[in-house]
Design a protein around this ligand. Structure first.
Ligand code: GDP
Length: 330
């Protein structure tokens, strides 16, 4: 299911609830039917099944409390509930759904996204803040074809336009043509780059490139690493060595939104190898399923910072969980 379809399904499930103004609007049955519909829509959209189950339990709990309060205050008891009172409850259910979806996209430092209305126990994980006047070393990791090299160009463009002294290092010696691709993008964007056609060791290139750009006073130093088709041991070893050599301020995991359920395991594997700090989701234009994004956040405990929505340098949008969910649900 593509993202727009998911939004449509969730919207219509919720609409059914708000339009049913009779006193049966919030029987356990009605609520279960709604939750089943929502869960199905999320799973079809590639959200990890366990996460969906958790979301379901959380909403159930929250709504259960609302209904109990509602009944005890006389609002719905004794068969005399008014349509207005039901509409009110329906709105609260809607809000619970929005809140839970937003919470799933907002990692908390407790490593558990089951925040109830009590958010004091767990604080939100903040995305890395780019600092001016000092080098910010940003390491990009992801599987081959995820859109890493393209995203790096977009990311560089984004910060360059905001006045940061930006540059790129190509430590991908695995994929033939990777350096040429980065070079081409960098030249188009007039952004300095570093790489080598002769040096085969990506760790040496990364180290030398970063050292040079730090020395020259660059602020955003982006390091591209090589991907593989699968999560291979060799890839993770290489990433760890590069990471140890350049000591990144932030490591960004680039994930392809079209990869579906597989993303959860991928994100988990990358995170345990290199301590992912942020996520960028690519290919959310076209036929992408959006659920993988939610799964990646849960797996890495790291916030999504941008969404890739096309192949042009401008197609990179800062991510905001609340507005993403609001847009999804109209
Ligand atoms: P890498 O192997 O991870 O470096 O992947 P590339 O950057 O070479 O991208 C692989 C393909 O995905 C290329 O054809 C890109 O143009 C395309 N691509 C990357 N990001 C996006 C995106 O946000 N939307 C779309 N539609 N295509 C993208």
């Amino acid at each position: 299911m593509v993202l727009a379809e998911l939004g449509g399904k969730l919207r219509s499930s919720l609409r059914k609830l708000t339009s049913s103004n009779n006193s049966e609007a919030l029987t356990t049955e009605a609520l279960n039917a709604l939750l089943s519909e929502i869960s199905r829509a999320l799973i079809e959209s590639d959200v990890n099944v366990q996460l969906v189950m958790k979301l379901r339990t959380n909403i159930q709990k929250k709504v259960g409390e609302l209904v109990a309060n509602h009944s005890s205050s006389g609002g719905g008891g004794g068969g005399g509930s008014s349509a207005a009172a039901n509409v009110n409850i329906n709105r609260m259910v809607q809000r619970a759904v929005v809140d839970e979806l937003t919470a799933m996209l907002t990692p908390s430092s407790s490593g558990d996204n089951n925040n109830d209305n009590n958010t004091s126990k767990s604080s939100t994980v903040k995305a890395y803040n780019m600092k001016r006047g000092k080098p910010n070393i940003i390491l990009f990791v992801g599987l081959q074809g995820a859109g890493k090299t393209t995203t790096i160009a977009k990311f560089a463009h984004y910060y360059q336009r905001r006045g940061y002294k930006t540059c790129m290092v190509c430590a991908d010696t695995f994929r033939a043509g990777a350096f040429d691709q980065l070079k081409q993008n960098a030249t188009k964007l007039r952004i300095p780059f570093y790489g080598s056609y002769t040096e085969a060791d990506p760790v040496v290139i990364a180290e030398e490139g970063v050292e040079r750009f730090v020395h020259d006073g660059y602020e955003v130093i982006i390091v591209d690493t090589s991907g593989r088709h699968r999560q291979e041991e060799a890839l993770f070893d290489e990433m760890q060595e590069i990471s140890a050599a350049v000591q990144p301020d932030n490591t960004i995991f680039v994930m392809d939104a079209t990869q579906g359920q597989a993303v959860y395991d991928q994100a988990l594997a990358f995170h345990s190898a290199v301590n992912v700090g942020s996520v960028i989701v690519t290919k959310l234009d076209g036929h992408a399923k959006g659920g993988g994004a939610i799964s990646a956040v849960a797996a890495t405990g790291s916030p999504i910072i941008f969404l890739g929505s096309g192949e042009r340098f401008e197609d990179l949008d800062p991510f905001n969980a609340k507005s993403f969910v609001s847009k999804l649900l109209g």
